[in-house]
Design a protein around this ligand. Structure first.
Ligand code: ASP
Ligand code: MG
Length: 425
């Protein structure tokens, strides 16, 4: 049986961390068949987003930002390989950079989402080329696979939807023969990217590498998936906000889905379902302490869980009432939801009364003003920003009181397990 490892950007942010990842992979080689999904190095995805913006504003003429990305990768290579080898690896990366430059200067630069995917997908290609070469350099039989030849999507650029049937065929054809002949080969492939029927690169949404790991696990009937992180596992709060956050040793798929859905950033929300459907165990472990067990996510129900805290900053409440004093009913709601869906705004929380409908959304400056303008044609709209959405799973009243101290509560929603609070700080 095969196991899937996923390494995020923080785990490959410099030469030292690449060495650490390689040592984790090397420990497991031979024991299990392995397919490793790797993200772009450090903050490369953000940097490439800047390249896209620059390509558009300068019509491909000014690409300083790409030079920074080149420098960053060159330094990592120099920290990993002897000089002559570094030159060889650089040549491979250079092909990726040349392609980025071609896209940046092409006519397609008017189609933002398309161009975004052609440029931003380079981050994962660069990182996996380096990781695969480094593993080979230290004697591990790493096989580089381009995930775009494995994961087939539609052409919803920046949020590709997976064609599971074709993906399964491609994975079976291209992955299974490599790892099934009793050798020590390890596959290194990219997270976050796939390819459309038309042959273009398509990304799966920011932080989508976890999801890629789940896609490979599902199609290969993997035994388990391990996401290697810079935290000990799934914690009951973000350790940057709560240094005393505690680790969940075990969670059920349902718990994990709920936590991810409400915004715990440790696992991408789309990751769990494909695993749950095939009962594939998910582990979240620390690449800093690779001997620690981390969190195990399975179908087993867990009882008496610690309260879990999830904070979302930069929230806005939009309150909507029909100008004609009609009630908020299906037709109004369907109009509002269509507007939100077409603009790809996700509703984090909603509430309705007879004459008012209220949504809490991420306050995205690119999207929200346009939505309000549109709504104001038929509705009275009020808007408040700089809010925080706090979700507490397994809450109790004293925890809620403690969290609300010094804050103004604007609205709250309670179920038996979960309370959600929109507050002004
Ligand atoms: N590199 C991509 C991102 O930062 C995908 C990932 O890291 O999961 O969004
Ligand atoms: Mg990343």
């Amino acid at each position: 049986m095969i196991k899937i490892f996923k390494f995020g950007g923080a785990s490959v942010k410099d030469a030292e961390s690449v060495k650490n990842v390689a040592s984790i992979i090397a420990r497991f080689k031979g024991e299990d068949k392995l397919l490793c999904v790797v993200s772009a190095m450090g903050k490369t995805t953000n940097a490439l987003e800047e390249v896209v913006k620059q390509a558009i504003t300068s019509e491909g003429k000014n690409l300083d930002k790409l030079e920074e990305v080149k420098r960053f990768h060159r330094e990592i290579i120099e920290g990993l390989f002897p000089e002559d080898k570094a030159v060889e690896v650089w040549e491979e990366l250079d092909e990726v950079f040349t392609e980025v430059e071609v896209f940046a200067g092409s006519e397609s630069a008017n189609e933002y989402n398309f161009l975004y995917d052609q440029i931003v997908s380079a981050g994962e290609l660069l990182s996996t080329k380096i990781v695969a070469r480094y593993l080979q350099h230290i004697g591990v039989q790493a096989i580089f696979k381009d995930a775009r030849g494995l994961i087939r999507t539609d052409n919803t650029y920046r949020e590709g939807r997976v064609n599971w049937t074709v993906t399964k065929v491609l994975v079976e054809k291209n992955v299974v023969p490599v790892i099934s002949d009793g050798n020590d080969k390890i596959i290194i492939t990219q997270g976050f990217i796939g390819r459309s029927n038309e042959g273009s690169s398509v990304t799966l949404g920011r932080e989508g590498s976890d999801y890629s790991a789940a896609i490979f696990a599902h199609t290969l009937d993997a035994q388990e998936v391990t996401i290697w992180k810079d935290v000990p596992g799934v914690l009951n709060a973000d350790p940057k906000r709560f240094p005393e956050a505690q680790l969940f040793n075990r969670l059920s798929y349902t718990d994990a889905i709920e936590l991810a859905y409400y915004g715990a950033t440790v696992i991408h929300p789309k990751t769990i379902k494909p695993l749950q459907n095939k009962n594939i165990t998910l582990r979240v472990r620390s690449f800093i302490h690779p001997d620690a067990a981390g969190t195990e996510v399975t179908s087993m129900e867990t009882f008496g869980l610690l309260p879990a805290f999830i904070f979302k900053d930069n929230q806005a409440l939009i309150s909507i009432s029909p100008k004609d004093f009609s009630f908020i009913a299906e037709d109004n709601l369907s109009y509002i939801f269509t507007l939100l869906a077409n603009t790809r705004v996700k509703v984090n929380l909603m509430e309705n009364s007879a004459i008012r409908f209220m949504v809490c959304v991420d306050n995205d400056a690119q999207k929200i003003p346009g939505i309000i303008q549109e709504l104001e044609k038929d509705y009275h709209v009020t808007f408040s920003e700089n809010l925080q959405l706090i979700t507490i799973r397994n809450y109790n009243e004293s925890v809620v009181d403690m969290l609300l101290r010094g804050k103004t509560l604007l609205t709250e929603q309670k179920s038996t397990q979960t309370v959600r609070l929109v507050v002004k700080i």
